[in-house]
Design a protein around this ligand. Sequence first.
Ligand code: NBY
Length: 841
Amino acid sequence: VEASIPEPQRVAWTKHQVSGFKDTDEFEKEVVRHVETTLARSMFNCDESAAYSATSLAFRDRLILEWNRTQQRQTFADSKRVYYLSLEFLMGRALDNAMLNIGLKDVAKSGLAELGFRVEDIIEQEHDAALGNGGLGRLAACFLDSLASLNYPAWGYGLRYRYGIFKQEIIDGYQVEVPDYWLDFNPWEFPRFDVTVDIQFYGSVHKSQDESGKTISHWEGGETVRAVAYDVPIPGYATSTTNNLRLWSSKAASGEFDFQKFNNGEYESSVADQQRAETISAVLYPNDNLERGKELRLKQQYFWVAASLYDIVRRFKKSRRAWSEFPEQVAIQLNDTHPTLAIVELQRILVDLEGLDWEDAWRIVTATFGYTNHTVLPEALEKWSVGLFQHLLPRHLQIIYDINLFFLQTVERKFPNDRDLLRRVSIIEESQPKMVRMAFLAIVGSHKVNGVAELHSDLIKTTIFKDFVNIFGVDKFTNVTNGITPRRWLYQANPRLSSLIESKVGSKDFLVDLTLLNKIELSLNDKAFRKEWADIKLGNKVRLANYIKSSTGVVVNPTALFDVQVKRIHEYKRQQLNIFGVIHRYLALKAQTPEERKKAQPRVSIFGGKAAPGYWMAKQIIHLVNQVGSVVNNDKDIGDLLKVVFLEDYNVSKAEIITPASDISEHISTAGTEASGTSNMKFVLNGGLIIGTCDGANIEITREIGENNIFLFGNLAEDVEDLRHSHTYGSHTIDPDLAKVFEAIEKGTFGNPADFASLVTAIRDHGDYYLVSDDFHSYVETHALVDEAYKNQEEWVTKCITSVARMGFFSSDRCINEYAEGIWNIEPIKEENQSDGLQKG
Ligand code: NBY
C-alpha cells in the first residue's frame, strides 16, 4: 500500500504525522484546544461538562490514531479475524477506562488539576453507554476489553440504539421506566457516513434458470432501509492495540426525505417513511431471559446481521481469495441466538449472489460460525413464527426449510425410522402456528456450541440439546466458563485494593495475568497488610453509605455487615427468597428482648436491579423490598440492627461503587437456572464473600477458592425436577418459618397485603416453581452462619484475602484465550517491539 504513494506526497504526510499527547503539558494543550475550537467555549465558561467533553475528545484523538495503526497492522498481517456479533454491549463509561488502559490517568489528573478540575468529578459527568440488559451484554463488553488487551484481531458488531436500557425511577416504592436518551453528546463514536449498507425487507422470491439449468433465486421488491456505521474504538490495556466496535444505525435509504413524495406535497408520509426506518435502531428491548416474538425485534436482528455480514464479506473480498478460504480468514461468534440469521444470510450470499453450490456454501458457513448459549430457561429460547418470516424475509424462510430438510435427511440416515426424533430436532416446530426454533438453527449452522459455566454446559448436553449430542457427537459441544475483565472490575472500580495488591505482587502484571494474584496469599499473616485490607473495605463501605444516604435518604452504619443483591429482577434469581429472609430476620429481632438484641449482628440489606417493564411479578418484588424498607428502617426497636435499601437504576457505573463495598453478596438462583452469573466473580475479586446456591459459576468459584470460603446452601440441580413434581402431585407443605413471613405480610405489616398476594400464592398455591420454600430453611440457617463468621473479623479477612488470591481463573483473558484456541483458531497480532503487557506511561 505504502509503495503506491508517490515520494513527495509521502514526505509531506510523514512530516506532519500526528501523534497523541504524552505528558501533562501536551494534554492540557489538547484540552484547551478542544474547549476553544471544537466546543467553541473558553476558560470563562468551561464547566465540568465541557471539561469532560474536551478531555474525552483529547483521549478519543489518541485512541483513533492507535486505532488506525491497529487496523493497518491487522490488514497487513492478513490473518484470521474474529467477529463478535452481539445485540448488546453494556459498556458503561469509557473515559476512566480509556485513561487507565492507555496508562495516562495520572497525566489527565495533574493536567485537569492545573486547569481547575478534579479528575473524579470529570469522570462522573459521563452518561453510561447502557446498550444491554444484564450479564449477556456486560460479558460482551468484558470480551472486547480482553480481545484488545490480548492483541487479537477482533471486531464487535452491534446496534447503535438511540435509547439504551430504560432509566429506573422508584416512585412510592414502584418501578417507573424513563427513556434513556444517551446520544446528546457522545465523544466516543465516529460516524462513518461513507460506510453504509442498504438492507432489504419484505418482497417476494422469483426463480430463474441459468445456462446450465441451475435454479437461481431472486429476492425482489419490498422496502429498503439504510445502515450507517458508527465506530467505537476499544483500547487494550497496556498495548497499542485498539480494536473496533461497529454499531449500525438505521435511516431511510433515500436520504433525508423521499424527494419524490416531498415534491408531490406528501410531506407527512415522506417524514413517516423516514421515521419508520429510524425506528429499527431506536430502542433496546428491555427483556432479559424472556423472548416475546415482536416483528420489530426480528427486523432489528436482520438489519444488524445483514449489515455486519455485508461488511465482513466486503473485507474478505478485498483479499481476492477463493471462497473456500473464508473460514480461514473469518470466525463469527453468535452471542446467544439473537444473530442466528447470520447463518442463513451467509448461505444466501454464497448461493444466491455468489453462485456457489449448496454443499460448498454450507461447508463454509458451518466452519465459520460458533454459537454461545446463555440459558436453559424455556421462555428465553427464541422462536419466530413461520408466518412472520414468510412476510418479512421470504427468501430466508426458504433457505431455513432447505437447511432443515438436508439436516433431517442426515438424521434419518443415521437413525432410520425414528420419527419422534425427527419431530424433536426439527428446526421447524410443527405447532399452531409453526415456529422456527432459532437455537436449533444455530446448532445446525455452527461448528461449535458452548455453554458459559461447567454445570450449564453439562445441562445443555443432557437436557435441551440432548438429541443434538447424539446426532453431531459430543465434541461439537464445549464449555467456556465466563470471566470478567480485571481492568474495569478491580483496577478501575477498586483503585486502593488494586494498589495494595500491586505492592504485594511487585508489579501491575496481575492485571494481565490474573493468576499472579496467588502471590498475596503469602502475605496472609502480614499484620499491616491485613489492616490495610480491612481499612480499604471500610473506606469502600463508607463511600457506598454516603451514596445510599444521598440517593435514598437512609442512613446506614458502615461497620454493619453489607449484604448485597444487585442484578436483573427475576423469579429464578430469587430476590423474593432474599426479602422473605429479611422479613424473617426482622420478625426474629422484634421477638427478642433489648438484651438479646445486643448480641445481634447489624446488617444492611442492599437490593438493586431492573424489572422488565412487562414482568408483573418482578415489579411486585421491587415494591415489597421498598415496603419492607420503609417499615424496618423506621422501627425504633430495630435501629441500626437492620436496614433495607433499594438502590434505583442499577447500572455499570453504580456497580463500580457497589461491588467493592460488599461484605457478602447473594447469588441464590434455583439450582440449574443461572447459566453462569458474572457478578459473583466481581464481588469475590473485590474481597467480598458470597452466599449462593450450587449453580452456574458458583460451583467453579467454590472449587477455586475452597469451600470454607463460601456459604453454599439449598437443593442441588439434580433434585429440582423431583421436587417440582412432588409440589404438584404430592402434598406441598410450606416451611414453617416462611409461613410466618407470609402471615406477617397478610396481616398488613408491610402495607396492603393484596399488593403482594401473587408473590405469596406463587409459592403456597401455584407449585413454587423456583423452590423458595424448599430452600428457605437452609437459606436462613446459612445466613446465621454468615453472622457468626462476620463476628470474627480476623477469620473473615483471612477468607477474603484467600479468596481474592485464588480468583485468577475468572479473568475474561483466560476465557478469550479459550475461545481463540478452541473455537476461533486465531492468533494475536502484536506491534513489533511491544513487550508483553508492560504499562506505558
Ligand atoms: O448471561 C445471562 C445469564 O442469565 C447469566 O447466567 C450469564 O452469566 C450471562 C453471561 O453468560 N443472560 C442474559 O443476560 N440474557 C439476557 O440479557 C437476554 C436478553 C434478551 C433476551 C434473552 C436474554 N431476549 O431473548 O430478548
